[in-house]
Ligand binder design. Structure first.
Ligand SMILES: Cc1ncc(C[n+]2csc(CCOP(=O)(O)OP(=O)(O)O)c2C)c(N)n1
Ligand SMILES: [Mg+2]
Length: 788
């Protein structure tokens, strides 16, 4: 094929510069920047060196503006150095690497300013994100929204030990099912993890696995120096020795240097004529250069490997590398947190021709003409459009979301009805909604939506049951225009898919409004991916149902206890637990708008729903009630002037709270009933108001919960009740200093009826009444519910 030698030389020079700048960034953070508190920058140095060449090949030559990359977390300094050379990163932020508002330790879409495509940090997630982003790009294309934008490749730079993360395997299987294209994963095969040297022959397992899932596999093992040496007399014997050398030994020799390699080669191969001469012809330094010239460190080998791909099938590149290559720690098994000493850095600086005081000069020490390097960078295809983050206009959300009401319903049913109504219409909102579920589409009530809007697949696939006229409530028709993406049972995949769909406006320039469903307890299965999606500021709605012990006969294995607390604590996620369907309609409407708000204002939405059928209120939702529902609470029964007890409930336990208030009201007429639709929004509003008052003394602003509780006297007790951990609402007592009895679930569940379980866990009307009585000082509460 042959790469123009001048181009190769320039690329190699830039690659050396990237290694220098990334290393200097780390060194600066450790030894030069004041106030590092003795905290060392571990984990970056050796990992970064490992990828400096491969990433330089990609960014300076191979990538195009439409390509998107997930960079292995510890290669963040390499990414920032490349962006610095392009002029998209500042020296100030590099000097402040890992510092307050400096370049981030791990590439961050939201915190870094240099055009990070996908955040990484929790290993495995960024890798899978590229796969799902490719599927989303296919979705956008199939729906005719790519316009004249070219398809991008989704590229992940993957650590070899990162491949241990199970979510990668889950994603691989899903990718195969969905006919994945345009995805490149480049495994940095340095055969080292954080603690150890990896198993022998791991590459073979990777190879067969990827091929099994329909990927092409390209192994880039030997650099050009090695290939040339193999062609010399005796070269074959050298190649055999390299191939048979155990990973630990190779790493150790890379660390020890040329003399150690020579000794081992001589001991192992003995005096075998040509191969001995091949070795003897080289100085120790040359021998080390040869033996560490693995494919991943050879510019022309990498460029050749990348440029040889002329199709859109997914490709896994296994690039052999040495962890810490080119640095004194190269190959040492403990080098994960390895750092160069000041003395080592000085020596290396001299070798790089970098003058003191000129460490940040972009082309310092390079032999090439700076003007030519500048021109080369400006002409790099990746850089041709500047910042590559796209945007898309807001999609109008109707003032109200309609649903066909019935007197008795569950919130889960209501969720299905609201989506069904949207599916029947022809709003822009409906055409941009895309639903997805890990094999619980039917059981979370998405069926009606899917019947109307169809399933997404690149090729049509008709429902055979329908063709054969076998009665079924569900039509399973796949087509490129379908709006539901059916996933296998892997909640990690669900959340990474939502993460990819929810970034479509910035990646594909077309906004999607993703709605995912799963069973509430399995949020915990996908929790790190949910957190990851929120960290990237992806925008989606997740409906989790059924939830709590209210799913009674399903038993302890399906009951969720902690999820309301996750809802409160998860940043970027507004969580709601409505009791009635009219509330849900208001919340979903608000949610679709919230998902489209600017960074810092909008976010994703979590709906904790239930299968419990409850009597629905017949009422008009006024503008005030609408507002209160989205802010998190309203008085279902206003407290009277002498109120000494308030029942505050959230979600499916509404009937018990209402019933208890009926009994309590017989002797305590002024009892209040507070309906809480979002403990999360209430708590966030309260926290924000206190902060505002602290920050700007004199400001009188009160939060929604403070306003709601304002009429109560301090003596008024509050009983809170939730089908989840009692801490969800327990904090209400601190708002104005009222005593609280917090009812909820703290122990693993069991099977039974709702009545059985509410009685067992103390969520029934009598438990609420007892709790109320323990808080009141006056007359006892005389009425109780009779046992049936
Ligand atoms: C989910 C998760 N667990 C643990 C870590 C801590 N960690 C960071 S890097 C690393 C080892 C990675 O090894 P590898 O992927 O081979 O990359 P290399 O260090 O060789 O560059 C570990 C365990 C993490 N970042 N994320
Ligand atoms: Mg590794």
């Amino acid at each position: 094929m042959g790469i123009d030698p001048a181009r190769l030389e320039t690329l190699s020079a830039l690659s050396r510069k990237v290694l220098w700048l990334s290393s200097w960034t780390i060194h600066h953070a450790n030894h030069i920047r004041p106030n590092t508190d003795g905290l060392k920058v571990g984990g970056h140095q050796a990992s970064s060196a490992s990828l400096a060449n491969i990433m330089s090949a990609l960014y300076f030559s191979v990538l195009r503006p439409q390509d998107r990359v997930a960079v292995k977390p510890h290669a963040s300094p390499v990414f920032h150095a490349i962006q610095y050379l392009f002029g998209h990163q500042t020296r100030d932020k590099l000097e402040n690497f890992r510092g307050y508002k400096g370049a981030q330790s791990y590439p961050s879409r939201t915190k870094d300013t240099d055009d990070v495509d996908f955040s990484t940090g929790s290993v495995g997630l960024g890798v899978a994100q590229t796969l799902f982003s490719s599927l989303v790009q296919d979705y956008v294309k199939a729906h005719g929204w790519m316009q004249d934008r070219p398809e991008g490749r989704m590229v992940a730079l993957v650590g070899d030990a990162e491949m241990d993360e199970g979510n990668i395997f889950e994603a691989l299987l899903e990718g195969w099912k969905q006919s994945l294209r345009n995805t490149w994963w480049i495994v940095d095969y340095n055969r080292q993890s954080l603690d150890a040297v990896v198993r022998e022959g791991l590459w073979a397992k990777f190879e067969s696995m990827f091929r099994n899932f329909g990927w092409d596999v390209v192994i880039v093992k030997y650099g050009k120096l090695m290939q040339a040496a193999f062609a010399e007399p005796g070269g074959e014997a050298l190649r055999r020795w390299i191939d048979n050398c155990p990973n630990q030994m190779y790493a150790a020799l890379c660390f020890q240097g040329g003399a150690a390699f020579r000794k081992h080669l001589q001991d192992d191969i003995g005096d075998q004529g040509p191969v001995s001469q091949l070795i003897d012809r080289r100085s120790d330094e040359e021998l080390l250069a040869l033996m560490s010239n693995l494919g991943g460190h050879d510019m022309s080998s990498m460029i050749e490997a990348f440029e040889a791909i002329d199709h859109d099938r997914p490709v896994c590149f296994i690039a052999y590398t040495v962890k810490g290559v080119g640095l004194p720690m190269q190959g040492h098994k403990d080098n994960h947190a390895g750092l160069m000493t000041v003395a080592q850095m000085e020596k290396w600086r001299a070798a790089q021709n970098v003058r003191p005081g000129h460490e940040w000069d972009r082309f310092e020490g390079l032999a090439q003409d700076p003007a030519k390097l500048e021109a080369f960078l400006a002409a790099a295809p990746f850089n041709s459009e500047g910042r590559r983050r796209l945007s898309a206009p807001e999609i109008e959300v109707p003032r109200e979301l309609a649903f066909k009401p019935s007197a008795q319903m569950s919130t889960q049913q209501g969720f299905g009805l609201i989506l069904n109504e949207l599916a029947r219409g022809d709003t822009e909102l409906a055409s941009h909604i895309v639903t997805t579920s890990p094999d619980v589409t039917v059981s979370t009530n998405l069926g009606a939506w899917v019947n109307r809007r169809g399933l997404f697949a690149k090729a049509e696939n008709h429902d055979l049951f329908r063709q054969e006229k076998i009665p079924s409530a569900f039509t399973w028709e796949f087509s490129p225009g379908g709006q539901h993406i059916e996933l296998g049972i892997a909640e990690m995949n669900l959340f990474i898919m939502l993460s990819a769909l929810g970034l479509s406006h910035q990646i594909n320039g077309e906004r999607l409004l993703p709605v995912g469903t799963l069973y509430d307890p399995f949020i915990e299965r996908g929790l790190d991916a949910l957190n990851y999606a929120c960290y990237q500021d992806a925008r989606f709605m997740v409906a989790a149902t059924p939830s709590g012990i209210t799913l009674a006969p399903e038993g302890g294995a399906h009951q969720s206890i902690a999820t309301p607390l996750i809802g409160i604590a998860q940043d970027g996620l507004a969580s709601f637990e409505p009791a009635f369907v009219d509330e849900l309609a208001v919340i979903m409407r608000w949610g679709f708008a919230h998902m489209q708000r600017e960074a810092g204002e909008g976010g994703s939405v979590y709906l904790r729903l239930s299968t419990r059928t409850v009597e629905q209120p017949q009422r008009l939702i006024t503008a005030v009630l609408h507002q209160e529902i989205t802010e998190g609470a309203y008085w279902l029964r206003k407290p009277g002037p002498n109120c000494d007890i308030v029942i505050a409930y959230t979600g499916a336990v509404a009937p018990e709270a209402i019933e208890a208030v009926g009994f309590i009201g017989e002797s305590h007429r002024d009892v209040g009933l507070l309906a809480i639709t979002s403990a999360d929004r209430l708590h966030a509003g309260w926290t924000a108001a206190r902060k505002l008052r602290r920050d700007r003394r004199g400001v009188q602003y009160l939060s929604h919960i403070e306003n709601l509780l304002a009429p109560l006297s301090r003596d008024c007790g509050i009983v809170t009740v939730v089908d989840g951990h009692p801490a969800t609402l327990g904090w209400l007592g601190s708002v104005r200093g009222n005593r609280v009895e917090a009812l909820g679930v703290e122990r693993f569940g069991q099977t039974g009826t709702i009545d059985d379980l509410y009685r067992h866990y103390g969520l029934d009307a009598n438990a609420i009444i007892d709790a109320a009585e323990s808080l009141t000082v006056g007359a006892p509460i005389r009425h109780r519910k009779m046992a049936v």
